[in-house]
Write a protein that binds this ligand. Structure first.
Ligand code: B1M
Length: 211
């Protein structure tokens, strides 16, 4: 079995200790970092499907997530570039009530490597905490809100409304996450939507350039 396939399989089964070494071996074998990441994302989709069908439960989902996070640590230097110019500060977080952070972490990594200074507020972030972060950090040009649950989409709407109504200026709001769409982003008044981490970085740069 090719190492990249082993990465996929071991993320799926949550083999946290094995995944980092396998990711390195897949790189050494010549697999592209983006393909290895794609394999891990694919594994998480399978995990999600198995959860939906009742084949596995929350603990299995959690250990698969931990395994993927360990793999991403190895990939990080290969995925993110170095840049010395700051395009401004990006405040990122997963919205209130939502604990999913793998996608948010990937988006943070890619936006940071596009040239932003990153302030990561973590998960389960209430609107007020985003607003506080804009006040406490210099030159905030972008607020990035992630959400993975349909049940936390109202929290995303609330966050965008409160950010826009805060009286603070000089920043744009980008939203994303599996249940979020371009149409929903427009509906809730966000400035931008991106479907994945790579396009989030491109969109972030475009937003700041256009401001
Ligand atoms: Co959860 N979970 N989970 N979960 N989980 C999903 C999301 C689910 C689809 C699984 C399923 O049922 N098939 C389902 C949501 C259903 C729905 O709302 N429609 C679900 C559920 C139901 C739940 C619980 C409610 C389960 C329960 O307790 N009964 C619970 C909720 C807890 C909470 O948040 N309050 C729960 C818990 C968990 C764990 C904690 C166990 C764990 C998360 C661990 C962690 O993140 N540290 C977990 C996991 C791992 C998943 C799945 C399996 C994988 C998520 C993931 O990391 N994907 C997920 C199933 C799935 O996604 N198919 C599932 C890989 C990641 C790279 O992709 O996060 O989509 P993603 O990020 C992408 C894009 O979405 C985008 O870019 C990223 C990279 O390209 N993106 C942005 C993300 N944020 C962005 C922001 C942007 C732009 C793009 O701009 C700002």
């Amino acid at each position: 079995m090719a190492k990249i396939d082993e990465v996929r399989s071991k993320v799926e089964t949550g083999k946290t200790k094995l995944v980092p070494g396998l990711v390195q071996e897949a790189l050494d074998e010549g697999s592209k970092p983006a393909d290895i990441l794609g394999a891990m994302v694919g594994a998480m989709s399978v995990v999600g499907d198995k959860f939906s069908s009742g084949e596995i439960f929350v603990p299995e989902m959690l250990i698969a997530a931990k395994a993927m996070a360990k793999g991403v640590e190895v990939l990080k230097p290969y995925l993110s570039g170095e840049t010395s110019v700051s395009l401004g500060t990006c405040v990122i977080g997963t919205v209130h009530g939502d604990l999913h952070d793998i996608g948010k972490n990937l988006v943070a990594m890619m936006i940071e490597s596009a040239g932003f200074t990153m302030v990561d507020l973590g998960v389960d972030v209430p609107a007020e905490k985003f607003i506080q972060a804009i006040k406490e950090n210099e030159n905030v040009k972008l607020v990035a809100c992630s959400g993975l649950l349909t049940t936390t989409m109202p929290a995303m709407k609330d966050t965008v409304e409160k950010l826009k109504g805060s009286g603070l200026a000089g920043f744009k709001v980008m939203v994303g996450g599996a249940p979020v769409t371009q149409a929903y982003a427009i509906e809730i008044g966000a400035d931008a939507y991106a479907p994945d981490a790579g396009s989030a970085a491109v969109r972030a740069k475009g937003l700041v350039a256009a401001a």
